[in-house]
Design a protein around this ligand. Structure first.
Ligand code: ADP
Ligand code: MG
Length: 206
């Protein structure tokens, strides 16, 4: 069996309808088993080690802010190596513009590297990542129970369209305002937490 680390990144952890959909997918446990899903706000040093192979890339400072600004949901998956491969296939490619139609990232990721879920890409990286995160929190027991999203909407595709406008510098201010409104409808975050969510998501555009 292989171990893999799974993280609902801040977008997926706090956009409630998206969180519900991903949680439903994970709970299907088709050839994998989930344990230790926990709320946790990672410190920058953990994210810097977790993504050490990306140090020096232009988006790295954003990536660290993205992953540390809010609590995320992190857990461990046990699967046969082939089961892990099929989970990664269902997840889809890293960048949203390139993610396979119908994959989780194409359906629920917003833009660029805002791609909803982290999942270790091989048994070797799964070992490394579960050991690293295991020094900070217990991934072996139980699982958080997530409150259902209720009536919260999923505005993924509309948000993607607005983010594309912001990126193209077309109606930047209006598109930003509209995206902020849609995000507000999707999440329970308020005040500084909501401000952080908007900062890290729109910050992906640079
Ligand atoms: P994956 O998450 O698909 O395994 P990587 O391990 O290569 O992808 O990268 C880790 C994370 O860094 C990505 O999920 C994404 O959030 C971010 N990232 C990677 N490459 C880019 C990029 N070119 N532009 C923006 N963000 C990126
Ligand atoms: Mg990776």
């Amino acid at each position: 069996m292989a171990s893999a680390l799974v993280i609902f990144k801040p977008d997926a952890a706090h956009r409630l309808a998206v969180r519900d959909a991903l949680w439903a997918w994970l709970r299907e446990e088709r050839g994998w088993k989930l344990s230790g899903l926990t709320w946790y706000r990672p410190p920058a040093e953990l994210i810097q080690s977790h993504y050490d192979f990306l140090q020096g890339r232009p988006f790295f400072p954003w990536l660290v802010d993205f992953m540390t600004a809010l609590p995320v949901l992190v857990g461990r998956v046990e699967a046969e190596p082939a089961g892990l491969d099929s989970m990664r296939y269902e997840l889809g490619e890293t960048r949203i513009a390139e993610s396979r139609p119908g994959s989780l990232r194409e359906r629920f990721g917003i833009w660029g590297g805002i791609n909803c879920l982290h999942l270790s890409d091989s048994p070797a990286s799964g070992d490394k990542e579960t050991q690293l995160w295991g020094r900070y929190l217990d991934l072996t027991h139980g699982s958080a129970t997530l409150e259902p999203a209720g009536e919260r909407p999923d505005h993924t595709f509309h948000l993607r369209s607005l983010f594309n406008q912001v990126a193209a510098r077309s109606h930047t201010e209006l598109a930003t305002q509209e995206a902020t409104k849609l995000l507000n409808a999707e999440t329970d975050l308020t005040g500084d937490g909501f401000g952080a969510l908007c900062r890290i998501l729109l910050g992906a555009i640079g």
